[in-house]
Design a protein around this ligand. Sequence first.
Ligand SMILES: [Zn+2]
Length: 494
Amino acid sequence: MRIAIASILQESNTFSPVYTRYEDFHPVFGKAALERHQGKFTEMGGFLDVLAKTKHEAVPVCAAWAITANRMARPDLDLLVSRFVDGLRRARAGALLLAMHGAQTAEGEDDVEGHVLSLARSVLGPDQPIVLTLDLHANITRRMVANADAIAGYHTYPHIDMFETGRKGARLLLRMLKSRTRPSMAFRKLPLIINAENSQTGSGPMHKLIRAAQTLEQTGKAEAVSIFPVQPWMDIDEMGCAVVAVTNDGPPAAQRMADSLAARLWKSRRDFEVKLVSVPEALAAAEKTEGGPVVLSESSDSTGSGSPGDSTGVLRHLVKAKLSGPAAIFLVDPPAVAKAIQAGIGATVRMSIGGAFDRKHSKPVAVSGRVRLISDGRWTARARGYNTGIVTEMGRSVVLECGHVLILIAERSAMTVDPELFRSHGIDPVYCKIVVVKSPNGFRAAYEPIAKAIIMVDTPGVSTANLRSLPFKRIPRPIYPLDAGTAPPGDLRL
Ligand SMILES: [Zn+2]
């Protein structure tokens, strides 16, 4: 059988000042999609790995990934989706393996995944199976569940099981094709959003829930059980955490499974609260720590959570602080890059940097520094797990050396979870006293093994952990923790 495989992934943050365009996805189609993911630790890599060992033919349709930002322009979404649909038609496939994020929005569309799935369903027809893989931070909708035969989400946060999730989805599809049956899928939504900073799966309140989901899969009681603590920075309808269960034991069993884990998630909702530290306190604590690196997580400016990466919340303190060793920080600021390049390598430049996109939360800060390095901003993710092997293109980039502070400034945003971001630009985090990451949790996979300490700092931004400070208007109310007295769904047995 010909099995179509495709990926379209982006997480949205509807508070971000930066909107998404077609080019941000760097989309490729047909054979080029296969070439991008063959042998890589991504969902598509996982699909290909499993299908290579079968008699089925993998037919690549498209591969597209964009960094988190606000809604995609509607004409750009329509272009991307029409190219996906055309490719799917040409694939003449009997089944589809589709990797999406689950929290993608566009102008006039709160649920891009549901939209894409409904179009895929109309191409394939009601009888050809569709298996969808999702990020753990997906926002599950009725339309997604109605149009997919099975959904499987990541089990890890930091996300290091993209490849394994792709393999899981592909194996599930093969079992469906072999048995000529469809499993039952049920989901349970909760009036709940939770902080990303304390929802790691290796410890804390999410750990036991994920273990329970994995046990259901490993003992054969379920084909896939996924817990989706949706990322909280989306002001959309149908917003909220969810659990999805896929079993071969019929709809009531699937619903019981989803409900039981959803009830446990609801009961643990208060455990996700996070304590943040002021930047001066964090810098003092870092100086008191023996050795380095001490990792400061500035999650309010998380580039993986839709922030522009332009915050000066930590930077303004860092450039004034008396540091005993080098500090590394990433910043997105296109005009600053242009000025540094114009000055040239070795030149000393004085300029205001930061706050290039989000002036509401950050004011520029004046710095004076030596232009140490100029690059094309191309680097490859090496840390095992997240997009491993995939190339990031963050445009022209420079390293500005301001005393002990090494500021890596790029024209475009990039994930900061992989130390390779800095290493590829001549800064090895291992030899730094302080490394600032713009990530609430994803950085832990690669940084925990090398960090002497990790401190979550409190600065303003559009991906703040202080959810009550965000201007929500459309999200269904009441919802916890915005409304303290929120009740669980009436038919959910706790
Ligand atoms: Zn995620």
